[in-house]
Write a protein that binds this ligand. Structure first.
Ligand SMILES: C[S@@+](CC[C@H](N)C(=O)[O-])C[C@H]1O[C@@H](n2cnc3c(N)ncnc32)[C@H](O)[C@@H]1O
Length: 410
């Protein structure tokens, strides 16, 4: 596009709040085939869409990869994981490399491009993500659609398994940039209360998916490494664990090796029937993902081959509340985020998060947060403005009335 178009685009992006307006205008002008397309792209960027979604591609370690709206945009910090995966793959002959939670599959794509002879695979629960991964991977790459390890053919093992699982702790979501909350799927971001739900699932099944001498590499926040390393050791079926820290001071890669003599045989109970805790976590993850659907304990229990009564009892024992109460808190947390990050009406948000009655929604909201939804929206922004994130997180977390200071526990 002509320099005039670029100047106008720069001005518009700057007014919309873009810090890198000039660079972004250059990218848009290079990508647009004509003025009409440039106008459409500029509008989408002004509305807060990711630049990468608008132009349909992202640069990762000097390579161009396809991305698409609704699919997680690979981050610069993931260069650390990619470099480790490439190094581990190069150390083996004809390595079998799998990217779990693959999204656009930046790790598998870069390994395929940089390690001759590597056979790459990508797995994801989101079919739209796999469609993008297909564009980034060579013909013949394995693409596996499904939930966690269940996506893979039985018995298939790999030399290098890498993943950027969703690892954002639930309560950190509200503090994330607006464009992330509004334009990336929550499925790709949230990892439960401490961010480690998916990590634990990956660790629980890794011994059965790593070949001899295999290695599992997980991108995490450095503050999560200790708990994740403990979870790896607790499986009793994995070998040495160490971590590599990124230059940004917050990204880390947890490296977990297969046991040198092959996977320890799990006890029959663990191998044939995963422990209750693993099943309960699966149920809780499913409730997180499907929080806007009506609670169906029978269906949840059937999904993990438990009876509904056993599930309800064990859920309460492990997590300190019933499935119903957990779901209500989850919905209210989501509503809190939407109230602060969107202009949607309270009624729309009530329906978005899964309530069918505004009355029940308002009552629950008040019970957990202490004020009605409209008051929360009006007051919250002022109260949190200028507050350090660690304090904001504490004051913006839902508190049950009976847990609030000065109230009785009854
Ligand atoms: C943070 S994104 C990472 C994507 C990609 N690896 C990257 O770095 O750009 C997490 C991905 O995990 C996928 N995911 C979420 N839950 C999953 C599950 N239960 N099983 C498989 N994939 C899942 C999401 O669809 C998303 O593509």
């Amino acid at each position: 596009m002509d320099p005039g178009g670029q100047g106008t685009t720069t001005t518009r992006l700057r007014s919309a709040g873009s810090v890198f307006a000039e660079e972004e205008a250059e990218v848009l002008c290079a990508a647009a085939r004509d003025g009409a397309e440039l106008e459409a792209m500029t509008r989408r960027r002004e509305a807060g869409e990711f630049l990468e979604h608008v132009v349909g591609r992202v640069e990762v370690m000097g390579e161009q990869l396809a991305v698409a709206p609704g699919v997680f945009v690979p981050r610069r910090r993931t260069a650390l994981l990619i470099a480790e995966a490439v190094r581990e793959a190069r150390a083996r002959r004809a390595p079998r490399v799998l990217e779990m939670c693959a999204g656009a599959a930046p790790v598998a794509a870069l390994v395929a491009r940089r390690v001759p002879g590597a056979r790459v695979h990508a797995a994801d629960v989101d079919a739209a993500a796999l469609a993008v991964a297909r564009e980034n991977l060579p013909p013949g790459a394995g693409l596996h659609h499904g939930d966690g390890w269940a996506a893979l053919p039985p018995g298939e093992r790999f030399d290098v398994i890498a993943a950027v699982p969703p690892y954002v702790p639930r309560e950190s979501l509200a503090l994330m940039p607006r464009e992330v909350r509004e334009h990336e799927p929550l499925l790709a971001l949230l990892g439960g209360q401490d961010g480690l739900d998916h990590v634990r699932t990956l660790l629980d099944g890794a011994a059965d998916r790593l070949g001899p001498g295999g290695v599992l590499l997980l991108e995490l926040h450095r503050g999560q490494c200790r708990a994740a390393a403990e979870a790896a050791r607790a499986t009793g079926r994995l070998g040495a664990v160490d971590q590599v820290l990124g230059e940004d001071g917050s990204t880390a890669v947890l490296r977990v090796r297969a046991l040198p003599d092959g996977p320890a045989p799990s006890s029959a109970a663990t191998r044939e029937t995963p422990s209750d805790l693993v099943l309960l976590r699966r149920v809780r993850d499913r409730m997180d993902r499907e929080h806007d659907r009506p609670l169906d304990v029978e269906a949840l229990a059937a999904g993990v081959h438990l009876s509904a009564g056993h599930l309800s009892r064990r859920f309460r024992e492990e997590f300190g509340e019933s499935p119903y109460s957990y779901l209500m808190t989850r919905r209210i947390e989501r509503a809190m985020t939407l109230l602060r990050s969107t202009d949607r009406s309270v009624t729309d948000i009530c329906l978005d998060v899964g309530f069918s009655s505004l009355g029940t929604f308002s009552t629950r909201f008040k019970e957990l947060v202490g004020v009605p939804p409209s008051t929360y929206r009006g007051e919250g922004a002022e109260v949190l403005e200028g507050m350090p994130p660690c304090i904001a997180r504490r004051v913006s977390r839902p508190v049950r009335n009976r847990e609030a200071p000065g109230t009785s526990a009854s």
